[in-house]
Design a protein around this ligand. Structure first.
Ligand code: ADP
Length: 396
């Protein structure tokens, strides 16, 4: 039984085909630049060890899905002989608003509710909907499941998700904290509980990638998270500012005669590590440059300091912490950044073993022997989590 996982962006489609229930990856790929003159597709048939790259015009998401299906059933790089061998499709949907606290079977009502969330996620939800409708047109009656970035955080209590602004903004526009990366935080939390043999643990999960967020998980439930109404709040990210005095944007908008749209663009695409370093949003480049570039060093220090602050505040939120987990491109691959975030926290029970930290990969702990708080690196796998949800909800 096979499940196809689709992550549809505004001009891209990422996909993975899994054999279930063992969640073995059969094929994966990425189609980019949909709608441009030349679109690019890279497809990999995992077990065959074969790869195909295509460059051709792909006008829209439906044409993109057709191309992906033709590769999945291709004689040379295909992994199934017929589309009927796809039993279910799992779609990543960014924003489920308050309507979805779990992954859900896609029906006409589900689609309407996702459409209703487009107002608060205008950049992301329309893309997810395009992927859903393209798949539906081609695969017809195959069961599909929507998996939301926000749903894991629906357990956050009101005093943590409300902003201290006029209440009517919540009533009228549903302005509140939603949080994102929920699929990753939930998956990594589950892996921690298994690896550390601590069911229902209290854990601080740090998902540190180009986008980054921290979540406080209490006995399996998200009780606070650093991202907010949109993914802009919280940590210093690759190109997003994260937290700041909300007066800063209005001050600069009046000084520089900027529109709300311009400001939104700067805070999302030109700030964060890139904005401060004036160099790059890529942590690898910054680690290299920091040896001789003070702005690169400052950007790294700000990044680590912000994560440290969240860890401290979520320790207070949780009262008792069993573990801190690092995931995402930076969290999984940079012992240097993990070490800098955790330095000076011994008194709080957070004791990083430098040697273990330097070797930690995949799923590995790196706290000092007998330290009260476990420290883990755990590779996230959002696609696998989506495939599992699709299987459990639609096919089991
Ligand atoms: P996204 O949020 O786009 O999914 P990723 O989780 O792939 O991002 O993370 C991308 C980030 O991970 C980049 O800043 C990249 O520099 C960083 N990264 C990847 N490998 C390393 C490494 N070995 N050392 C430091 N940073 C790394």
């Amino acid at each position: 039984m096979n499940v196809l996982v689709i992550n549809s962006g505004s001009s891209s489609i990422k996909y993975q085909l899994f054999a279930m229930p063992e969640a073995k990856v059969l094929a994966k790929g990425l189609l980019e630049k949909i709608g441009e003159e030349t679109s690019a597709l890279k497809h990999t048939a995992v077990e065959k060890g074969k790869e195909k790259k295509l460059e051709q015009k792909v006008a829209d998401h439906k044409a993109g899905m057709s191309l992906i299906f033709s590769l999945l059933t291709d004689k040379e790089v295909g992994v199934i002989s017929d589309m009927n061998e796809i039993s279910g499709v799992g779609h990543r949907v960014v924003h489920g608003g308050e309507a979805f606290s779990n992954s859900t079977l896609i029906t006409d009502e589900t689609v309407k509710a996702i459409e209703a969330c487009c107002e608060i996620a205008p950049l992301h939800n329309p893309a997810g909907l395009q992927g859903i409708s393209a798949c539906k047109e081609i695969l017809k009656d195959v069961k599909m499941v929507a998996v939301f970035d926000t749903s894991f955080h629906q357990t956050i209590p009101d005093y943590a998700y409300m902003y201290a602004v006029p209440y009517e903004w919540y009533d009228k526009y549903k302005v509140r904290r939603y949080g994102f990366h929920g699929t990753s935080h939930k998956y990594v939390y589950g892996e921690f509980c298994k690896a550390a043999n601590k069911p229902n643990a209290n854990v601080i999960v740090c998902h540190l990638g180009n986008g980054a967020s921290v979540t406080a998980v209490k006995e399996g439930k998200s009780v606070d998270t650093s991202m907010g109404l949109t993914p802009l709040e919280g940590l210093v990210m690759g190109t997003r500012s994260g937290d700041m005095d909300p007066a800063v944007p209005t001050f600069i908008m009046s000084k520089e005669n900027m529109s709300a749209k311009d400001m939104d663009n700067v805070l999302n695409k030109k700030s964060g590590l890139l904005g401060v370093s004036c160099l790059s949003n890529d942590m690898r480049n910054l680690e290299e440059a920091a040896k001789s570039n003070t702005k690169a060093e400052l950007a790294i220090t700000m990044f680590c300091y912000r994560v440290k602050k969240y860890i401290g505040s979520y320790m207070a939120v949780l009262g008792h912490v069993d573990g801190i987990v690092f995931t995402g491109g930076i969290g999984e691959n940079s012992p240097y950044i993990r070490g800098r975030i955790l330095e000076g926290l011994d008194e709080l029970g957070i004791k990083c073993d430098a040697d273990k930290n330097s070797k930690a990969r995949g799923c590995a702990n790196f706290e000092k022997d007998n330290a009260p708080i476990k420290l883990y690196v755990i590779a996230t796998d959002e696609e696998k989590a989506i495939a599992m949800d699709t299987y459990n909800i639609a096919l089991k």
